[in-house]
Write a protein that binds this ligand. Structure first.
Ligand SMILES: *[C@@H]1O[C@H](CO)[C@@H](O)[C@H](O)[C@H]1NC(C)=O
Ligand SMILES: *[C@@H]1O[C@H](CO)[C@@H](O)[C@H](O)[C@H]1NC(C)=O
Length: 323
């Protein structure tokens, strides 16, 4: 009796749960619930995407190009890059890219965020066939066509940095990409909002965050570029607008500075594959700067132009002023 009751009590629940588990499994109820959860998550993500897409305006500059289509550039000194390497199509359209067998001089590829650093890395990789490195380690960049991501040694042709020249890393030489502070700031703000509800909407240029950002970014831009222009030796300047407007001759000069020569067919190929330049409909104008900010930023452009002309006598600042 006692044994019987005991065995019933101890067997009962376990038999029940064993059977019921089998029952649930065999009827795919557990699997069904999991599927429903997954489906719900997908639907929520999908709705979010739809809302963001509907809210997205096509923000273009006065040349009819989307403002950051060429340079979805990267973060700050605590970088983890926001650029997913999208929009560049196949990352090696003209030649394969690999680490250098012979050690190269360690060359900085310096810029303020939003100045086209990632795009320039793509161009340099195609120009030289050598991978570009970075003082940051954005691991997915390796898969996105930048096999030298995270390297800062002689195996890479240039090393991306948004840091000041005397910070932490030593370079033998440097390339500084200079882009108009307003255009770069807009590109960077759009990158910062890549995952935000305001992505692609002009709301991201209206709130307090934008006001604060114009202050912080502007000062950083001035500081970063002043330091590199004054301190770095030797230094080569790439003006973003020159790259945009006269890619082949800019790449020819850049190749020479990096110790490479580029033949015409290669330059033609790269030119034909600067495919991140997508022309969009000219729907809206965007100039999200009030008078006060404009004056301040124009002053910064003036200061950088003076620093450039102090260092290089007859430096033409016109492309830097172009917005
Ligand atoms: C875009 O539109 C603005 C005015 O709405 C105009 O000034 C500008 O020239 C246009 N740009 C292009 C490339 O059509
Ligand atoms: C650079 O670092 C990578 C990874 O640690 C290494 O494989 C490579 O040999 C290094 N190159 C040089 C020139 O030291």
């Amino acid at each position: 009796m006692r044994i019987g009751t005991g065995s019933t009590k101890s067997n009962g629940p376990s038999t029940w749960s064993r059977h019921s588990l089998k029952y649930y499994m065999s009827n795919n109820i557990v699997v069904g619930i999991l599927k429903k959860i997954c489906l719900s998550i997908l639907i929520i993500l999908g709705l979010y995407w739809v809302i963001i897409t509907i809210r997205t305006e096509v923000l273009v500059d006065d040349r009819g190009y989307t403002l950051d289509s060429v340079s979805r550039d990267t973060g700050s000194d605590v970088d983890s890059d926001g650029d997913k390497g999208k929009g560049y199509g196949i990352m090696s359209p003209c030649r394969p890219v690999g680490l250098s067998d012979d050690p190269l001089p360690i060359t900085a590829l310096s810029s303020s965020p939003g100045s086209g650093n990632t795009w320039t890395r793509f161009l340099i990789q195609q120009l030289t066939g050598i991978a570009t490195g970075s003082v940051y380690k954005a691991s997915w960049m390796k898969q996105a066509g930048y096999p030298g991501e995270g390297l800062t040694n002689g195996s890479v042709v240039v090393v991306k940095t948004h840091m000041l020249p005397y910070k932490k890393f030593q370079f033998d030489k440097a390339v500084l990409i200079l882009r108009n502070v307003k255009s770069a700031m807009i590109a960077e703000q759009k990158r910062r909002h890549y995952w935000s509800f305001n992505r692609g909407s002009r709301e991201m240029f209206k709130d307090e965050d934008w006001e604060r950002f114009t202050m912080i970014y502007g000062d950083d831009w001035l500081n970063h570029n002043t330091e590199w222009i004054q301190i770095s030796e030797p230094l080569y300047i790439v003006l973003y607008d020159n790259l945009m407007n006269d890619l082949k001759s800019e790449l020819r000069k850049l190749a020479q500075y990096l110790g490479f020569t580029a033949d015409e067919s290669l330059l033609d190929c790269i030119h034909n594959h600067k495919n991140s330049l997508k022309k969009k409909k000219n729907m809206t104008e965007l100039y999200p700067f009030n008078k006060e900010t404009e004056l301040r930023l124009d002053g910064y452009l003036e200061e950088i132009c003076q620093a450039l002309q102090t260092r290089y006598n007859d430096f033409d600042c016109t492309p830097l002023y172009a917005f």
